[in-house]
Design a protein around this ligand. Structure first.
Ligand code: ACO
Length: 378
């Protein structure tokens, strides 16, 4: 068998053939099923985009209405899942709570039928519908409150914000949140999507797939970065502190959170859209010094690291937007998961259509023919 050159992180090695999304990292272009992200952010909704990603085409009016209706009517979570979540330690991270709850959902639907489109659709609806409810339920229960029931008259984004706060959100806030979900719904072969495809390739159930992808998304080099961005902006504290802070990180060769991307060598197109949304939010709901710090940071990092292709990524502005919407910092990554479930499920379907179990190779660098030393002689 031919052994290829080893690439740490599998950089540049195709892991699948896909027609779900495409990134041109040099020109800063992202497309879902061939449609530019800017157009979807302006004209679509998260549920319509999820449909596009998963079934490959924009839905007709009837298809979209049916999908929305199905999702809206499956948003309640089973009381056993709620009771299980009540026992989670309140100090635990909501991503861990989400991972456990998504896996637990599989206990209720163990009759896997991967060749049946009806089973696939049901699983898609169940996951897209219940993941936000689980995130909101854990948030309320860890504060000692009962979860808020979903409201059938509110759309996907508005209902999530309502379940978090028990207040009907401002329409601009709900629309901006929905656009954030569109922007995070899919992004080619990133770590969590790869994880979803590897798990899916074993023909396990979609709940296990989402649970494994949630675990992968949680790390600070992937979805966890937006949480760290806010911590960093708070630590910086003022516009004057930005330059020395950035210079110190660069001198220590530390990574600046919210900057850099394996694929984009220009500003992430999603960061541009988010920056614009942040401006709208701040002008409607009041200015915030963290926005000024962020802008100065972008300027200084561009000056210092632009020559290496390091610019703001999606996580840099998403944290600022969520913070302004009053969302607790450790919910940022679970919100990323709410959106990315759409992409994971699209990749699951695509993987099933031409499945071959993932089984890469390795380059063995260990010893051979070693003697077994009895324990008393070690
Ligand atoms: N801060 C400082 N330097 C950086 C950063 C950064 N955030 N990102 C890249 N660089 C440097 C690298 O150290 C490298 O320097 P060198 O050539 O002197 O060795 C150079 O820029 C080129 O790096 P790349 O190869 O382009 O970056 P890589 O693919 O290794 O890393 C990654 C990408 C992991 C995202 C990195 O940029 C990073 O850790 N960023 C901070 C965390 C972050 O924001 N993650 C979210 C990513 S988006 C997402 O997951 C949704």
């Amino acid at each position: 068998m031919m052994v290829c050159e080893y690439k740490p992180g599998l950089e540049g090695i195709p892991a699948a053939q896909s027609s779900i999304s495409n990134v041109n990292g040099l020109d800063g272009i992202l497309e879902y099923r061939g449609i530019r992200i800017e157009e979807l952010a302006e004209k679509s909704t998260f549920l319509e985009t999820a449909y596009l990603l998963i079934w490959g085409e924009l839905p007709s009016t009837e298809e979209l209405a049916k999908f929305e209706d199905d999702v809206y009517h499956h948003r309640r979570i089973k009381y056993r899942i709620r009771d299980m979540m009540k026992c989670f330690p309140e100090s635990g991270h909501p991503m861990d709570a989400l991972q456990a709850s998504a896996a637990a959902l599989g206990l209720f639907y163990s009759q896997r039928d991967l060749r049946n489109p009806v089973y696939i659709r049901k699983a898609v609806v169940q996951l897209i519908a219940t993941i936000p409810t689980m995130v909101a339920a854990f948030q309320l229960m860890r504060k000692g409150n009962d979860p808020v029931k979903p409201r059938d008259d509110l759309n996907y984004a508005a209902n999530f914000l309502y379940m978090l706060t028990e207040k009907e959100p401002d329409p601009l806030a709900a629309r901006i949140f929905d656009v954030c979900l569109i922007l995070h719904a899919e992004h080619t072969m990133n770590a969590s999507t790869f994880s979803a495809r590897v798990t899916g390739s074993t023909l396990t159930d979609p709940y296990a797939i989402v649970a494994s992808a949630v675990g992968t998304l949680g790390g600070p080099l992937h979805g966890g970065a937006n949480e760290e961005v806010i911590g960093m902006l708070e630590e910086i504290g003022s516009v004057e502190n930005v330059r020395p802070y950035v210079e110190d990180l660069i001198a220590r060769k530390a990574k600046i959170m919210g900057f850099g991307h394996r694929v984009y060598k220009v500003k992430d197109p999603r960061a541009k859209i988010l920056q614009n949304l942040a401006e709208q939010l701040f002008s409607k709901f009041g200015q915030d010094k963290y926005y000024d710090i962020a802008q100065e940071m972008e300027r200084v990092v561009g000056e210092k690291l632009g020559h290496k292709g390091v610019y703001a990524n999606v996580d840099f502005y998403s944290g600022l937007v969520y913070r302004k919407l009053g969302i607790t910092t450790d919910l940022f990554t679970p919100i990323f998961a709410i959106a990315r479930v759409a992409g994971w499920l699209a990749h699951w379907k695509e993987q099933l259509a031409e499945n071959r179990i993932f089984r890469p190779t390795q380059i063995y660098k260990g010893l051979h023919d070693q003697p077994y030393t009895p324990i008393e002689k070690r």
